[in-house]
Ligand binder design. Structure first.
Ligand code: ZN
Ligand code: ZN
Length: 565
């Protein structure tokens, strides 16, 4: 197998067109510099040259504060951190009790259930033994007993007396929790860079922590609860009644490059539970807990329904450090931006900012049209039209009437014509440059009896092939064969012989009639069609074919005819 068949032995590359233009050249470089600047700015701004690593963290919180409250039925109660921080919550969060419903001295027994809209009874029949539902405080005994003066409810076996109050007290009992403080300790780690840090920075000593205040130091790790809620755009007194969830976000955006090392936390706060839907169903945050003791050998408990604020500490962050691989990847990803220059300039050339001729020139150089092999495109020229037509070969219509695919300006063939015209005087056969018919003043020729319908010059004979049915004109008028130049340029035997000899200097000077005839066709094409577009077949009008065949007849009377491949 030859190497040519294997694509392994080949390499294809794009062909480029270089336009020599100061305007376009400077525009290209300006755009490229703008793109380069944009890429550099984006790289520095977004630190695209850095490798990133997400944060790994742990959080602990230490609450401080004492409050004195008036609890109904209990009198003055002092709350310290053990009382109000409630039982341990999930990790990375802490809870502060802000409001409470206390039911004292409950013991196991039987008592009346709290009346609810459908839980009021008249007789024992209304109560069924053993029944309970989601809102029950105990299991029904089957008796209907007095709850208060007006109402009777089913009796239940429960911790008695049952909790009767459902709405939290207003204002909140522990509204003073606003002034409690919390120390948040946050240890972080960036495993990829083996970098460890915490939000209590190395320079913060005991004295600093005792005295720092968030108002004037954004890095202070001690927060007043009232400030946290305020910065989350909430009112502490309102939030304290039903409770809620507040998020404390700590964001670490670290730059670990040696010259610009910076790794400090940034705190922000927001409410996490939805305030609006809270107003209607199951508002706020609450839970119950009990403290047990025994009195005279009987187990008793105090039930607390605690309302409060849960603070969730969320840590986000990433660290970046210079990485050569990242830099290369970023540069690689930006290379395609330079194609924008090409797209823009190509678009600009196509717009009306550019002169028509310049556009035509660029597109001709840039775009090479190739015809599908199946299509047979013919090029046709009429003596009364300055342009060249490209038409598709038709089996049904005569060539004269086929609609053109495109109309192109005619490209002059300089070489052979110049040569031919120079050759003429030397041959001594000075052409008579007078019209053969002298048609200038004569009326236009009328259609003869045997003349085909498609002919407009009166000189064409009929032919069985549609592809040969072509006249020298688009509109009625004199035939091109009557031009004084037709004979000297197309039919002059000395000229054709000279041309044949020019091609084959040592060949037969007289030439065969067939060669002369074909040379005459070529002369006509070079004269009237110039250089026809590549991939198209030039067609000689029927009247000229007739004239040329009459001058240089085939010996056996057979002609090949026009056969485009
Ligand atoms: Zn004709
Ligand atoms: Zn004609």
């Amino acid at each position: 197998m030859s190497c040519r068949l294997l694509t392994l032995c080949q390499y294809e590359t794009n062909k480029l067109v270089r336009i020599n233009s100061v305007r376009l050249g400077s525009l290209k470089w300006t755009l490229n510099v703008v793109i380069l600047m944009f890429i550099c700015i984006m790289m520095l701004w977004n630190k695209q040259y850095q490798e990133l690593d997400p944060v790994v963290s742990s959080v602990t919180a230490k609450l401080k504060g004492v409050a004195l409250t008036q609890v109904p039925g209990l009198g003055d109660v002092v709350w310290d951190v053990v009382d109000y921080s409630g039982p341990a919550q999930e990790k990375n969060s802490f809870f502060v009790v802000t409001n409470v419903i206390i039911t004292k001295n409950q013991k196991q027994g039987k008592c009346a259930e709290v009346p609810r809209e459908d839980k009021v009874c008249q007789t024992d029949k209304d109560c069924s033994k053993g029944a309970w539902d989601q809102h029950s405080h105990g299991v029904q005994t089957g008796a209907c007993v007095k709850f208060d003066v007006r109402r009777k409810t089913c009796e239940v076996s429960a911790w008695c007396p049952v909790e009767t109050r459902s709405k939290p007290p207003r204002p909140a009992l522990l509204a003073a929790a606003e002034n409690f403080t919390v120390l948040i300790k946050n240890n972080i780690r960036f495993p990829a860079f083996n970098y460890v840090r915490r939000n209590i920075l190395p320079q913060m000593n005991d004295a600093y922590l005792r005295g720092c205040h968030r108002g004037d130091d954004a890095l202070c790790p001690i927060f007043r609860l009232g400030d946290i809620v305020h910065q989350a755009r909430e009112d502490f007194a309102v939030l304290a009644v039903e409770g809620g969830v507040i998020g404390i976000q700590i964001n670490w955006d670290c730059n670990l490059d040696r010259l610009m090392e910076r790794c400090l936390p940034k705190y922000s706060f927001r409410r996490l539970d939805e305030k609006e839907s809270n107003r209607t169903l199951y508002p706020g945050l609450n839970f119950r807990f009990a403290r047990y003791h025994s009195e005279n050998g009987v187990e008793m408990r105090t039930l607390y329904k605690a309302f409060g604020i849960r603070f969730d500490v969320m840590v986000f962050g990433k660290a970046g450090k210079f990485s050569f691989i990242q830099l290369v990847v970023y540069i690689g990803s930006t290379l395609s931006y330079y194609a924008l220059t090409t797209i823009f300039i190509d678009w600009l050339i196509g717009t009306s900012c550019y002169k028509m001729e310049a556009q035509q020139n660029y597109s001709e150089r840039k775009v090479e049209s190739v015809q599908d092999k199946q299509q047979c495109i013919l090029s046709v020229s009429f003596v009364d039209e300055d342009q060249l037509r490209l038409v598709r070969k038709s089996r049904k219509k005569s060539l004269q009437n086929v609609k053109p695919l495109s109309v192109l300006p005619r490209k002059e063939n300089n070489g052979s014509h110049l040569k031919a015209m120079l050759e003429l005087p030397k041959q001594g056969s000075t052409p008579k440059l007078t019209p053969v018919n002298g048609h200038g003043s004569k009326p236009l020729p009328q259609r003869g009896p045997g003349e085909p319908a498609w002919c407009l010059c009166g000189g064409c004979s009929s032919t069985p092939l549609h592809q040969e049915e072509l006249c020298c004109r688009r509109s009625r008028g004199p035939c091109i064969t009557s031009s004084p130049l037709f004979h000297p340029l197309v039919l002059s035997r000395p000229l054709l012989e000279a041309l044949l000899r020019y091609r084959d200097p040592l060949g037969d000077p007289a030439g065969s009639t067939d060669a002369l005839r074909h040379c005459a066709y070529e002369q006509y094409i070079a004269w009237r069609l110039g250089v026809p577009p590549a991939d198209s077949h030039p067609v000689v009008p029927r009247c000229c074919v007739d004239k040329i065949r009459a001058e240089f007849p085939s010996l056996d009377g057979d002609y090949q005819g026009f056969r485009p491949r």
